[in-house]
Write a new protein. Structure first.
Ligand SMILES: *[C@@H]1O[C@H](CO)[C@@H](O)[C@H](O)[C@H]1NC(C)=O
Length: 319
């Protein structure tokens, strides 16, 4: 621990000296394989995709400061997932409904059209869902949907500030759905929306609800044991048949990603954790990015998270 702190001090002293010496030194301090902006803040990865043979990673980014704020989507591309080219951030120049930033979301093909589904947050921190469309296959220029925000308010029981991070769209029994992380009646939940198109979403009930919080929890930031009162950055992975892995970030003071393996059933579908974990689920639990399918051949996603987040896998088998 002391060793780690000493290393961090040395690192930061060296970094400060380096920044004073200019960009060449700062470039040497950049991670070699991990996607990072040239400077300033990043958090959640968003919208991993492969389009025309090029991998795209977007991420929450503040262009102006090394602290959270002014959130846009940073963008990097790669053909080998090792060497990354920084592209200009997207979803800049926010309209009033996005004055609080373009928060996390996903890329998906909905109704045959590639779209970014994301949480647009206004100046008063109201979480609403928005869509934007790329102008071409480079994914460098985007236009926001004129219908934004496409989900203007959460359903009853969900506070306006606890409703975010749409999953990639997925097909179930001939319909297309996306999930949104939320706190529903004080319990973390993934809310299901039927997406007839990227701009036409209809609430279809909860896809999954976290267990009720223990007594004494007033909010999801009260402490690690209260973290399941809110779900962020949910994601769903098809494992074959009706078996799915549901990934959810339990934030607050816990900062932990959980992957539940279970079964999807019903119409509209509900997810129930349980049963034996298929071997394929292990791929979703590692700290390394694990591209799965993509908008061309399916979809891509990742369990990667900021370095201080621990990643764990939970199955409800026998629990
Ligand atoms: C949205 O989709 C539903 C079907 O899910 C359809 O009934 C409705 O007409 C659509 N609304 C618009 C504005 O296209």
């Amino acid at each position: 621990m002391g060793c780690l702190m000493l290393r961090q001090l040395l690192c930061c002293a060296a970094l400060r000296r380096g920044l004073a010496q200019g960009d060449a030194y700062a470039r040497r301090m950049q991670p070699r394989y991990h996607v990072a902006p040239e400077r300033n803040w990043l958090n959640d990865p968003n919208g991993l995709a492969q389009v025309d043979g090029v991998y795209h990673v977007f991420f929450q980014h503040n262009e102006r400061a090394p602290t959270w704020g002014n959130i846009v989507w940073g963008h990097a591309t790669s053909t080998d997932l090792a060497r990354w080219t920084r592209e200009p951030p997207i979803l800049r120049d926010p309209p009033p409904y996005e004055a609080g930033g373009a928060w996390s979301g996903s890329l998906a093909r909905v109704g045959g059209r590639l779209a970014a589904l994301y949480t647009c947050v206004d100046g008063a921190r109201a979480n609403r869902q928005c869509a934007a469309f790329p102008e071409d296959a480079t994914l460098t220029r985007w236009v926001r949907a004129v219908e934004n925000p496409v989900v203007a308010a959460p359903p009853p029981g969900v506070p306006g500030s606890l409703f975010r991070d749409p999953t990639e769209a997925f097909a179930w029994r001939g319909r297309t759905y996306a999930g949104v992380g939320a706190s529903l009646d004080g319990r973390g939940a993934v809310l299901l929306y039927e997406a007839a198109s990227a701009t036409n979403w209809t609430y279809a009930g909860p896809l999954w609800r976290a267990p009720p919080p223990p007594p004494g929890c007033r909010g999801w930031t009260d402490g690690p044991r209260c973290a399941s009162m809110m779900v962020e950055c949910p994601d769903l992975f098809a494992l074959g048949g009706d078996r799915y892995a549901l990934k959810a970030s339990l934030g607050g003071r816990l900062r932990r990603d959980v992957v539940l393996v279970g079964t999807m059933s019903g119409d509209p579908p509900a997810f129930a954790p349980g049963g034996a974990a298929p071997r394929a689920a292990a791929a979703a639990s590692g700290p390394r990015p694990t591209p799965r399918r993509t908008p061309n051949s399916g979809r891509a996603s990742t369990a990667a998270a900021p370095t201080r987040r621990r990643v764990s896998r939970t199955t409800a088998a026998g629990a």
